[in-house]
Ligand binder design. Sequence first.
Ligand SMILES: [Zn+2]
Length: 115
Amino acid sequence: MTRVRFAVYRTVGEARLLAGVLEGAGLSVEVRGESLAPLSGEIPSTETWIELWLWPGDAEAARELVSELEENREAAGQEVSCPRCHEGNPGNFELCWSCGLDLPSTLRPRLRAVS
Ligand SMILES: [Zn+2]
């Protein structure tokens, strides 16, 4: 069985972040091309291509993880007010950082219109 190329990233940081998420979910990830990038990252970006390779059977699960990750990133960019203490929380928080209240999922940004 051969691996399939799942994704290509221009920065080591992004590639490692995703590889970490996938590995944390139990998928086997092979990172290729990383050795081309010096630790300082000071080379033209066009010469840095980090590839993530997966077993074909893992690609579907990986795609789902990536889309969840992107939704979380979007949600994190928007604020939600805590219904109890009215402090602003990043949209991906499940508990209020200030008072610890369980933030109802109906308050999550992607489920309501931007006010
Ligand atoms: Zn609160």
